[in-house]
Write a protein that binds this ligand. Structure first.
Ligand code: HAM
Length: 414
């Protein structure tokens, strides 16, 4: 038997209904905030992620699906979409369009991680990017938009963590100090930390090994290294979030796994997700465009891990599938054309309707209607057609009524 590739999944009904529910809500919210959709290719040149996301990150150094194309070029299945959106922004000269570009995307991403609950090799993101402004107002608006999506999707148990990682000069000073301090303490830390102390000292802050936590607590904090403008930017973001009543926790140890971040970074976590608790992550990336040879293009965005959002919603008991309104049962093969016509009429009027295939004994039709989870069964016999009045039975109560054809769709959608 051929099975789905490790770390990939089939999304089957009824849970596909929750996916549609979430995507519909996200599109509605994006519309309300004046974001427009961008669709970028799943395949990109490998150099885009190496330069955009960063050679040293786990994503680029360990997790990408990279292969050589027949012409010898190196291609990669996108592990994230921010670099792709920025590439498109540069390639199509979107800087020439006045004003802020507000873009959103929904689609699959690929990372070769060790699969576990909430972590897959093909997963979906619902993301947005606002490019062209350095204003902290935009940071607050983006975060407010995320909260709106989560609220409307029906999620409650989430928590917002924010931090500022400063601009490159602040971070360089912080990294230098960390490197110095780690020289003393890293030898008593885990293997990963010992390696990171050399290659990417900020990542040490992200270590989850319990024995290392007391050591990490004693390390310097990024807030002590923010310069005046970065400090001011973060203050305004916090003030704006307070103004719109979005609660947050500052987590100075939140180091996002991508190198392009500057200033504001954030994550939303959910208690029911176990080890992979981040439902979404995002932040500002004021130097990304320049690192891809583009013009100055400060931006901020986020990506919701749709798989995780759905796990969290399911853990909270959110269901999205609508019931079937009506099951249409022709009484005998001669009634098939009439049943088809009635089905067309009802479906056009917005009724969710299904039909029996070939077994026309009433008992069989009732069983099929029950199995399909229909609310009503509509019987189409010669008398019904002649009188333009259909026999409609509500399956839950067993009550049967004669309903005039003209009123049928309203009756079934009640
Ligand atoms: P990220 O934190 O790498 O950020 O991913 C965002 C979210 O995608 C995570 O919080 C998580 O919910 C989900 N995710 C990541 N990896 C997996 C996986 N293997 N399986 C399931 N879900 C996963 C980014 O990708 C940035 N591009 C976000 C961004 C947009 N920053 C600025 N703009």
């Amino acid at each position: 038997m051929i099975k789905a590739v490790k770390g990939t999944r089939d999304i089957l009904p009824p849970s596909s209904a929750v996916w549609n529910h979430v995507e519909r809500i996200a599109r509605d919210v994006f519309r309300a905030f004046n974001y427009r959709e961008i669709r970028t290719p799943i395949l990109e040149e490998t150099a885009l992620f190496a330069r955009g996301v960063g050679e040293e990150t786990d994503i680029v150094s360990k997790e990408m699906y990279t292969f050589e194309d027949r012409d010898g070029s190196s291609l990669t299945l996108r592990p994230e979409a921010t670099a792709s959106v920025m590439r498109a922004w540069i390639e199509h000269r979107l800087d020439q369009i006045p004003g802020l570009q507000k873009l959103y995307y929904i689609g699959p991403m690929f990372r070769r991680e060790r699969p576990q609950k909430g972590r897959y090799r093909q997963f979906f993101q619902i993301g947005a990017e606002a490019i062209g402004s350095e204003s902290p107002m935009v940071d607050a608006e983006v975060i407010q938009m995320v909260v709106e999506i989560l609220n409307r999707a029906g999620l409650t148990g989430f928590k917002l963590l924010i931090n500022s990682v400063g601009h490159p000069p602040c971070r360089a000073a912080f990294a230098a100090e960390l490197r110095e301090r780690l020289k003393e303490v890293a030898p008593s830390m885990c293997g990963d930390c010992q390696r990171r102390a050399e290659t990417n000292p900020l990542r040490v802050l992200d270590c989850k090994v319990p024995e290392d936590q007391p050591i990490i607590e004693e390390l310097p904090k990024i807030s002590e290294y923010l310069d005046g403008p970065c400090r001011e930017h973060f203050t305004v973001v916090k003030t704006m979030l307070d103004a719109v009543g979005v609660p947050y926790t500052i987590n100075e140890r939140m180091v996002r796994g991508l190198d392009y971040y500057t200033r504001t970074t954030f994550e939303f976590t959910h208690g029911d997700l176990g080890a992979q608790s981040a439902v979404l992550g995002g932040g500002r990336y004021d130097g990304l465009s320049e690192s891809l040879d583009g013009p100055k293009a400060p931006g901020i965005g986020f990506a919701i891990g749709e798989d995780r959002l759905i796990l969290a919603l399911q853990a909270e008991g959110v269901k999205a599938e609508e019931k079937l309104d009506a099951y249409i049962a022709p009484l005998g093969a001669g009634m098939n054309p009439q049943a088809l016509k009635l089905a067309r009429e009802l479906r056009r009027a917005g009724v969710k309707a299904d039909m029996g295939d070939e077994s026309f004994r009433l008992k069989k039709s009732f069983e099929a209607a029950e199995k399909a989870g229909a609310r009503y069964i509509v019987i189409v016999g010669e008398n019904e057609v002649a009188s333009d009045t259909l026999a409609v039975k509500e399956l839950a109560t067993g009550t049967q009524e004669q309903v005039p054809r003209a009123e049928l769709s309203r009756h079934l959608r009640r």
